[in-house]
Design a protein around this ligand. Structure first.
Ligand code: CTP
Length: 395
C-alpha cells in the first residue's frame, strides 16, 4: 500500500520483545517505521534489533547527537502519520496524561499532531489500578486511542487483563487507521460469512466447506474504509477481527433472524455466506443409533435469506454471491433477477486454488445494469477492495 510513517515508541516492559514483531509486520505492509526507545526499554531489548528490523536509526534519548540539522523529537513528530506505543506502560500513560515530557518518547508524543495509539501491557493489578484507568480515560478524552489488552497468563505468572494483543492484531489496527480511502464513513454495512449448518441429532450436522475468508475480508475492508460493520458469521476457524459488531450463528434460521434484525438499518448488505439450503425434516433429539440398514434422512428447504431481503429492499445496496460449477454468467445473471439484487459476485468453483478455503479468489462481478467485471485471480482482501471500489462508484 503506502509508504506512510509510523513512529513506534517502545517502553520498558517485558512485552517490549513483541514490539520487534510489530516492526517486522509494519515493514511488510510497506510502512516507514522509526523507533524511539525509552531508557528502560533498552534494558529489555537492544536498539540494534529494532534498527535492523526498521532499517532506520533508533532514537534513545534527547541528548543523542543530531544526525542532521534538525531537532529529532520535533522532526519525527512532524514526520509521523501515526504514533504507536508498544508496550504502553503505566509510566508513559501517566506521564502523557499529566503533561510530563522528560524524554524523547514523551516529548515526541506531546509534539505530534498525528494520531497516537497506545497498546498497554502490564500486570493486571497495575492495569486495573484506578489511577492508571483514570489516566487512560483522560487521554481518551483528549482523542488518544487505546488498543485494549487481552486477558491471559502474564509474564509475572498472574492471570488476567494486561496481556499485549497479538502483534498481527496491532499491525492490522494500525493499517486500518492509516487506510487512505474512507468512502464508507457514516455507512452501515451488513456482511454474512462462513457456512450455516443443519443439525441432524445432538452430535451430527450437515455443513459445507466455506472457510468464511471472503466474507471476513469484505467486513474488514468495509471497516477500514470507515463503515460501521456488522458481521454475521457461521461457524468458522477465523479469529474475530477487531472493530466489527460480530454475531455468531449456526443454522440458516439463526442467520435469517439476525440478518433481518439488522437489515432495515443497513446501507449495504453483502451475503457472502454459504447458506445451507436444506435441513433435516425431523431433528432427532436423541443420538441416532446405527443399525444394519441404510439410513435415509429426509430434507426440507430452509428459508432463502437473500430472496427475502430482495423482497423487503428499500434503499439498500444488495449484493449476493453465486458459487457455480457451470454456466457461471448465465446462472449468476438469473440470480440477480430472481433475488432482486444490485450486484452478484460469481465464482467458478471448479477452478483450483481459488474459492472455498483458499486465500485467493477468481470472480466476475455482475450488476443489475448489465455490466460485468472479471477480476484477475487475487487475494480475497483485494477482491473485497475491488468490490467496494465498484459499489462506491457514482453512477
Ligand atoms: N443464500 C441465502 N439463503 C439461502 C441460500 C442462499 O441468503 N437459503 C444466499 C447466499 O448467501 C448467496 C446467494 O444466496 O449470496 C447464493 O444464491 P443461491 O441461489 O442459493 O446459490 P447457490 O447456493 O449456489 O444455489 P444453487 O444451488 O441454486 O446454485
Amino acid at each position: 500500500m503506502s509508504s506512510k510513517t509510523v513512529v513506534l515508541g517502545v517502553c520498558g516492559g517485558i512485552a517490549a520483545y513483541k514490539a520487534l514483531d510489530v516492526v517486522s509486520r509494519l515493514k511488510k505492509k510497506n510502512f516507514d517505521v522509526h523507533v524511539i526507545m525509552t531508557e528502560s526499554a533498552c534494558e529489555f531489548v537492544t536498539p540494534l534489533s529494532f534498527q535492523s528490523l526498521s532499517q532506520n536509526m533508533v532514537i534513545k534519548d534527547m541528548f543523542d547527537e543530531p544526525k542532521a540539522w534538525e531537532i529529532q523529537h520535533i522532526s519525527l513528530a512532524k514526520k509521523a502519520d501515526l504514533m504507536l506505543i508498544v508496550p504502553a506502560t503505566a509510566n508513559v500513560i501517566g506521564k502523557v496524561a499529566n503533561g510530563i515530557a522528560d524524554d524523547m518518547l514523551s516529548t515526541t508524543i506531546m509534539a505530534t499532531k498525528a494520531p497516537v495509539v497506545f497498546s498497554p501491557a502490564m500486570n493486571t493489578n497495575m492495569y486495573k489500578n484506578p489511577i492508571v484507568q483514570a489516566n487512560i480515560e483522560k487521554l481518551k478524552g483528549f482523542g488518544y486511542t487505546f488498543i485494549n489488552p487481552d486477558s491471559g497468563r502474564l509474564a509475572c505468572g498472574d492471570n488476567g487483563e494486561g496481556k499485549l494483543p497479538d502483534t498481527s492484531y496491532i499491525a492490522e489496527y494500525v493499517t486500518s487507521m492509516l487506510y487512505d480511502i474512507k468512502d464508507l464513513k457514516g455507512k452501515k454495512v451488513l456482511v454474512t460469512a462462513g457456512p450455516t449448518v443443519a443439525p441432524v441429532d445432538p452430535v451430527r450436522f450437515i455443513g459445507n466447506n466455506s472457510s468464511g475468508k471472503m466474507g471476513y475480508a469484505i467486513a474488514e475492508e468495509a471497516r477500514d474504509r470507515g463503515a460501521e460493520v456488522t458481521l454475521i458469521s457461521g461457524p468458522c476457524e477465523l479469529k474475530a477481527p477487531f472493530g466489527l459488531n460480530i454475531v455468531n450463528v449456526n443454522t440458516t434460521e439463526e442467520m435469517y433472524n439476525s440478518v433481518l434484525e439488522h437489515f432495515d438499518d443497513s446501507n449495504i448488505v453483502i451475503k457472502a455466506a454459504a447458506v445451507a439450503d436444506y435441513k433435516p425434516k425431523v431433528y432427532s433429539e436423541k443420538k441416532i443409533k446405527k443399525s444394519e440398514d441404510d439410513l435415509t434422512i429426509e430434507f426440507e428447504r430452509s428459508r432463502d435469506i437473500l430472496k427475502t431481503l430482495g423482497e423487503k429492499k428499500t434503499n439498500q445496496i444488495l449484493v449476493g454471491f453465486a458459487a457455480e460449477s457451470n454456466d457461471l454468467i448465465e446462472n449468476a445473471t438469473k440470480k440477480i433477477k430472481k433475488k432482486n439484487l444490485d450486484y452478484i459476485v460469481a465464482n467458478d468453483i471448479t477452478q483450483k486454488d481459488t474459492g472455498f478455503s483458499s486465500d485467493d479468489n477468481l470472480v466476475t462481478i455482475l450488476s443489475k445494469y448489465g455490466d460485468s467485471y472479471t477480476l484477475d485471480k487475487m487475494p480475497k482482501k483485494l477482491v473485497a477492495r475491488e468490490l467496494f471500489n465498484l459499489l462506491c462508484k457514482k453512477r
